[in-house]
Design a protein around this ligand. Structure first.
Ligand code: ADP
Ligand code: MG
Length: 532
């Protein structure tokens, strides 16, 4: 079979039609509702007890760390109070063996070590206070407050949060698998390792990256209206949005351990954990490649939406599709013969130790490279195949086949992302409740949405396919990258936690800032109830 025909046939398996999008949106809304009503639904819909978003006037110097899925980021953030900030950051890839370590200690001590290195390089004065502290064997109590950094811990895994800096891990996702951590308070685990190094750092807040993105976008976004949704399209995918309190009906029959809720805004941010949308596969698209990926993953049957949408998985879907074609003797993919000759004795040009033969061996960044390749004869694609994947003599036809399939996988991911966005916009009635031409603001973050060519345009195309949104509604949806969102968002929440701990809420003047803080006093502290 001609390579182009075979590739087109595979690409067609990833088509996700207008009807599919609409069926997806209906199911998404239904599963969101289910999650708001009860614990243990497919979509967790975790109440965050954050009942307002910031407005850009917040100020101060904070630290933040972000355990994403691929990288660990450490940063310090100066919030200037005028919607702008300065950020110093360091980033390190998380060693693969730590993701599946035997004990939490192995992972968390590595994280604390990175914090120490960061302080040493970027905050000499704070590092110095650590040295002094170590020398005299004293604790926080004897240190001057200003020497202790408040840190927001962005931890992007499903957590049952029961305090502003307390939360237990429900399950690992994105390839992590450390049994020892399940059910433990991840802030306490980090604080313990920070203390073991004697660092002047207090883990002040636990933040999901989606909430951080929503906060950061709301702090920086132009205009007065708050942001509706923070969405992550990186290693994994997830979203947090502003929901009406009275729709979160499971809060009404909550147990005594839940925080008191401040209802002054009538709203609360909900962390959807939409990566597990439709785990039972009622509407999600399914190909043999998706099934193979799932069966070979550490969590089969779980995070089924995420496995079709996010960076950790798209490369693997493509790898499986390419391997299938390579194994088909009638299809001359990566073969050293003239592709027109269909010679079954042809040999492959793929090195035997090529990452293409290894599970997770193909990185999603390759999809971006090839989808964005407009060079003559797809030179960039062939170069990447050669240098990164041991394919020594890929032809232009080979590259075109890879590009076609990669494009189909990327487009399906974007259209599925639109399902989530559309569902949130529709179920919150955001287009109806803002002014007729008003903007509905959405913050996004993650390498996929940032780097995959036309990801946003594909999302928009699918949004127009949904009648409740349509071309007019689509134009009113503003999507902005919340650059460094997790850091800024975590800093904003650390700020609130700090004020709460020091009891300095009398400094609040602006109503919405006060409201933002009040939400924490009311929501996460059981004893103090404060209104702006
Ligand atoms: P995290 O999820 O750890 O916060 P990122 O948002 O950077 O980190 O996402 C990392 C994921 O994005 C990885 O799965 C990686 O394969 C993928 N990725 C990295 N670069 C690109 C790119 N240029 N295009 C598409 N995906 C990418
Ligand atoms: Mg991230």
């Amino acid at each position: 079979m001609a390579l182009a025909v075979a590739a087109e046939r595979v690409a067609a398996e990833f088509e996700y039609s207008k009807e599919d999008v609409n069926r997806g949106v209906q199911a998404f809304i239904q599963q969101m509702d289910e999650g708001l009503g009860k614990k243990g639904a497919t979509m967790s819909q975790i109440p965050t007890y954050v009942t307002a978003v910031p407005n850009g006037t917040e100020k101060g110097l904070y630290m933040a760390v972000d355990l994403g899925g691929t990288n660990f980021r450490v940063c310090s953030i100066q919030l200037h109070g005028n919607s702008t900030f300065s950020l110093t950051q360091s980033k390190v890839a998380i060693p693969k063996d730590l993701m599946v370590a035997k004990t939490s200690h192995e992972l968390f001590s590595f994280l604390a070590k990175q914090i120490e290195l960061f302080l040493k390089v970027h905050h000499e004065e704070h590092y110095q206070s650590h040295v002094e502290r170590r020398a005299s064997y004293v604790g926080f109590g004897t240190m001057r407050d200003e020497n202790i950094f408040s840190l927001g811990f962005t931890f992007s895994f499903p957590v049952q949060q029961y305090g502003i800096n307390k939360g237990t891990l429900i399950r690992w996702t994105k390839g992590f698998d450390i049994a020892d951590t399940i059910g433990k308070d991840v802030c306490a685990l980090l604080q313990k390792e920070i203390d073991a190094l004697g660092l002047p750092v207090r883990v002040a807040a636990l933040v999901n990256d989606t909430v951080g993105t929503l906060m950061a976008r709301s702090y920086t976004s132009p205009g007065k209206q708050g942001t509706l949704l923070g969405g992550i399209f990186g290693t994994g995918t997830n979203g947090a949005y502003v929901e009406k309190l009275d729709k979160i009906t499971k809060l009404k029959n909550q147990s005594a351990d839940a925080g008191e809720i401040d209802d002054s805004t009538g709203e609360m941010i909900v962390n959807t954990e939409w990566g597990s949308f439709d785990n039972h596969m009622s509407v999600l698209p399914d190909t043999s490649y998706d099934r193979g990926l799932d069966a070979g993953s550490v969590n089969p049957g779980i995070q089924m939406f995420e496995k079709r949408v996010s960076g950790m998985f798209l490369g693997e879907i493509l790898r499986r599709a390419l391997i299938d074609l390579m194994n088909d003797p009638s299809v001359p993919l990566f073969s050293d013969d003239d592709s027109s000759r269909n010679d079954i004795s042809s040999t492959t040009t793929v090195a035997s130790d090529s990452p293409l033969y290894k599970q997770w061996g193909l990185d999603t960044s390759f999809l971006s490279i090839t989808s964005g390749d407009s060079s003559y004869g797809l030179k960039a694609t062939r170069q990447a195949l050669n240098s990164d994947y041991g394919v020594s003599a890929a032809s232009a036809e080979d590259a075109e086949a890879a590009r076609l399939i990669a494009g189909a996988i990327g487009k399906r991911a974007a259209r599925l992302s639109a399902v989530a966005i559309a569902a949130v916009v529709i179920t919150t009635k955001s287009l109806e409740s803002s002014a007729p031409d008003g903007v509905v603001d959405i913050g996004v973050d993650g390498s996929l949405v940032e780097f995959y060519p036309n990801f946003e345009e594909y999302i928009r195309e699918a949004l127009r396919d949904v009648p409740q949104i349509g071309p007019h509604g689509e134009k009113r949806i503003r999507i902005g990258i919340a650059k460094d969102g997790s850091g800024v968002g975590a800093a904003l929440i650390a700020l609130v936690a700090d004020k709460k701990m020091k009891g300095t809420h009398e400094t609040t003047r602006s109503t919405s800032f006060g409201g933002f803080m009040a939400s924490f006093f009311g929501g996460l502290n059981r004893t103090i109830r404060y209104r702006a």
